[in-house]
Design a protein around this ligand. Structure first.
Ligand code: UDP
Ligand code: MG
Length: 318
């Protein structure tokens, strides 16, 4: 097996519009570093011509390799496939939309040379809507409290991992993967720096509000059982409040005789309790669902073709 110094892993989902610009930028950032490298593209079941494009990049250049999924399995699965594919001593995970600037690669490699196992490029939130910035900040605060591992605002998947760190990530067998948590969980010497946030070069972000919300919930739940603990705390607090209210009512009855009971209080209590019970059931359900999907032991993705076994030799793309 041929090894190299650096592997660049790029998950791509419908990146037809940017992939070639990205590829050129990547090559011109990598070549001056005078390191041997390979670029591993993972086509996450794109419905546009992404697969053909990376196919022809691989035909044109020995250093380019690719895997293509049978359908869209999500970025986590694509990153996993890329990490498994990579053979470099250092592996860099990057997005295909140029939001992770290739110009930062020399700096990351230099930090790796100083002995760090993880080099994280953290983006600031320049140019982002106030609401999104606020919600993200809030989310990371909540996450910080609820999780055993530390997840930092702006730290995404743009990072360099040493071979040791990659092996550690690959040794974790879970089906529900939450990379932000996994990277933090494995530890090792980590260093970070901040870069200016960039807008996507072309195409659309695949993360709408709903997908982000689901991702957020995934992150909270897939890493530990704190939400269950929270449910117990809320339950206990409510039970205490109810006890206090009962004592207060009994004292009232004893002192002032029977008063007409307010049905508003009753209704509020019933509805509030119902809501909390449903939410708690939902939390438990999420965990049960996860146990179910973990126990099925399905693969994280299915491969349709790779550079070693292309279905059709991609030749010219209009
Ligand atoms: N991506 C992927 N599978 C998906 C969604 C996204 O491989 O299901 C890739 C996408 O092609 C890009 C990266 O993940 O290279 C980040 O996606 P995007 O730019 O949509 O996310 P954002 O930058 O808005 O967080
Ligand atoms: Mg992006």
């Amino acid at each position: 097996m041929k090894t190299c110094q650096v592997s660049i892993v790029v998950p791509c989902f419908n990146e037809d519009e940017v992939i070639e610009v990205f590829h050129r930028a990547l090559i011109s950032a990598l070549e001056p570093t005078r390191r041997t490298f390979e670029i591993c593209y993972v086509d996450d079941g794109s419905s546009d011509r992404t697969r053909l494009r990376i196919g022809s990049l691989a035909t044109a250049d020995q250093r380019v390799r690719y895997t293509s999924f049978s359908r869209n399995f999500g970025k986590e699965a694509a990153m996993l496939a890329g990490l498994r594919m990579s053979r470099g001593d250092a592996v860099v995970l990057m997005d295909a939309d140029l939001q992770h600037p290739p110009e930062l690669l020399p700096r990351m490699l230099e930090l790796r040379q100083r002995g760090y196992d993880q080099v994280v490029a953290r983006r600031d939130r320049a140019g982002e809507g106030a609401l999104r910035t606020f919600l993200s900040a809030l989310y990371y605060r909540v996450m910080g409290r609820c999780m055993d591992v530390q997840v930092v605002d702006g730290e995404g998947d743009f990072r360099l991992l040493s071979r040791t760190a990659v092996d550690a990530v690959l040794a974790l067998p879970e089906t529900n993967r939450f990379s932000k948590g996994i990277f933090s969980w494995i530890g090792f010497d980590t260093v970070g720096f901040t870069y200016r946030n960039m807008q996507r070069a072309a195409g659309d972000s695949k993360w709408g509000g709903r997908r982000l919300l689901n991702y957020g919930i995934d992150g909270l739940i897939s890493f530990n059982s704190h939400p269950l603990r929270l449910a117990i705390h809320i339950g206990l607090a409510l039970a205490l409040a109810a006890l206090g209210y009962a004592v207060w009512t009994i004292v009232g009855v004893v002192l002032h005789g029977v008063v007409v009971p307010g049905y508003t209080t009753l209704l509020t209590a019933v509805v509030a309790l119902g809501g909390i019970q449903l939410a708690t059931l939902g939390v438990i359900g999420e965990y049960v669902g996860r146990i179910y999907s973990e126990s099925k032991r399905r693969p994280h993705y299915l491969v349709r073709e790779t550079d070693e076994s292309p279905h059709v030799r991609p030749v010219d793309i209009p």
